[in-house]
Design a protein around this ligand. Structure first.
Ligand code: MN
Length: 502
């Protein structure tokens, strides 16, 4: 699935060695590295192209490739592997310059040892077992965040772990220079949707700026009736449109207005080159409806979205959509609870804006009143999200740093909800409702989240490592006493590690 404004960068594979071994073995090392890349490139788990960049044997070569990686927008990261021993002082200059994410693959060319024929030549050629430890020391000595993946390169689990990191690296590359459009500010008096946009741009590379809703209104009003007619006809083909909204129905004009909103917003976002946006029901002057279906459709096209001016969740949803390849990912809010002794559940939804990529079955298009905002009734998709393993993620601003909080959940099929005309999901938290909610609240997690069936905790952890921010995992292993200790330790670590550059 293609996402709006998404480039597909590549990952460079870099092999380290040295000149001690002579030209013959180095030729063999390069050929083996190429074979590893060819093997990995065939894996269905790797979402980005992997390119064998170079065999590096000197400090100058290493520095040159690192500088090249920094300046090549098409390079989203590097995989490093030391086929033989590569004295790691050679890597200091290059790695201190490197701004791109890297993964350290601790593998070796051969899978099995040829026990009956192994000799010293074989031993000298296949030294990753100690060469990669020398590399690991300098990465750790330089305090470089990276992912370490261990195992033979043909191993399915190894390829999956590389794939997860590639998805994170892709989302990170996508954030660099990304633009978040805010229509209006955030909902008055709300704290968690606030944050330091300067710190966010320094840390994450995306820029968040406000745009007057009046400028949007101008674009919305400029959309031609013909374009609207075409889009509305598409709606009727794609979705189960309620009879009153269909062509000839008595509220058809309201569906047409929703289409007008979608086209106007889409044109506006395209002009800015945005990847995510927010709006707020407190600032809709000149718009007849709070955008419901319009926002839902734009989210499905790949825009990140956060309600009530929540720009951090909007851009997080975008990153999660990139990691997920556009699938099964939405803006979400913990709305209300089922606190039955037989099993606690969370009903997740929003006033309107849940992405139809998480719809099970064909979404219905309906119109109903909205008790908030004082506008005309908004058109919206109504659907159930499916059962399955999922997660919620929240990015909060702690004042001196950002924190990513992730809760793994098990979504269940929602019961019949005949009186609730919004898109919704129902899930059970891990390790259990009480522990998960206590942990989430202690960690300061927001009521808004990015919700996904396709993004994994591993991808988000890799993403946080690339960004250099704290991650709080709430999952089957979580205990409150350990979590409290981790939060205290992290307060000190992240404060010290960052110094005064907050
Ligand atoms: Mn909300």
């Amino acid at each position: 699935m293609s996402l709006v404004n998404l480039a597909t960068p590549e990952i460079w594979f870099v092999c380290g060695s040295q000149h001690l071994y002579g030209p013959g073995p180095l030729k063999q090392v390069a050929a083996n590295a190429q074979a590893v890349v060819d093997g990995l490139a065939k894996s269905k788990h790797l979402p980005l192209p992997l390119k064998f960049k170079a065999l590096l044997t000197t400090p100058d070569e290493i520095a040159k490739v690192c500088i090249e990686a920094n300046s090549d927008a098409n390079c989203a990261g590097l995989v490093l592997w030391m086929h033989t021993f590569s004295p790691s002082k050679m890597w200091i200059r290059g790695l201190t310059t490197l701004k791109k994410p890297f993964l350290h693959l601790h593998t070796q060319f051969n899978r099995d040892l040829p026990w009956s024929t192994i000799d010293m030549d074989f031993m000298n050629l296949n030294q990753a077992a100690h060469g990669d430890r020398e590399a690991g020391f300098i990465h750790t000595r330089l305090r470089l965040g990276r992912k370490v993946v261990v195992g033979h390169w043909s191993d399915d689990e190894v390829q999956q772990r590389i794939g997860a990191w590639m998805r994170a690296a892709h989302a990170w590359a996508d954030w660099q220079g990304a633009r978040v459009v805010r229509f209006g500010d955030n909902m008055r008096q709300v704290a968690v949707t606030e944050g330091d946009k300067v710190a966010a741009e320094m840390k994450f590379g995306f820029a968040t700026n406000t745009y007057g809703v009046g400028d949007l209104v101008e674009q919305v009003n400029a959309i031609s009736e013909k374009t609207i007619t075409d889009l509305v006809a598409q709606y009727e083909k794609l979705y189960a449109v309620s009879p009153v909204l269909k062509k000839g129905g008595k509220r058809h004009d309201e569906l047409r207005y929703s289409a007008r909103l979608e086209l106007g917003m889409s044109a506006f976002l395209e002009t800015v080159g945005a990847k995510a946006f927010t709006d707020t029901f407190e600032d809709l002057h000149g718009l007849k409806q709070l955008p419901g279906m319009a926002t839902q459709r734009l989210m499905a096209a790949g825009y990140g979205f956060g309600g009530e001016g929540d720009w951090k969740t909007a851009i997080l949803v975008r990153a999660m959509k990139v990691m997920a390849g556009g699938k099964l990912t939405s803006f979400m809010e913990d709305y209300t609870y089922h606190m039955s002794p037989k099993g606690h559940q969370v009903l997740g939804s929003h006033m309107l804006e849940i992405c139809p990529t998480i719809a099970s079955g064909k979404p219905k298009v309906e119109i109903h009143p909205l008790g908030i905002g004082g506008k005309e009734d908004p058109v919206r998709f109504v659907f159930d999200a499916p059962a399955g393993e999922a997660l919620n993620a929240s990015l909060v601003d702690m004042g001196n740093r950002f924190r990513l909080i992730v809760n793994e959940v098990k979504a269940v099929k929602p019961p019949a909800l005949p009186k609730l005309p919004v898109a919704r999901a129902v899930w059970e938290c891990k390790p259990d409702f009480k522990t998960a909610c206590q942990a989430w609240i202690l960690a300061g997690g927001a009521h808004h989240t990015g919700y996904s069936y396709a993004v994994t905790s591993e991808m988000l952890e890799d993403f946080a490592t690339i960004a250099g921010i704290e991650t709080v995992h709430i999952n089957a292993e979580t205990t409150i006493s350990q979590l409290k200790q981790d939060l205290r330790t992290n307060e000190v670590y992240y404060h010290l590690a960052q110094g005064i550059r907050a």
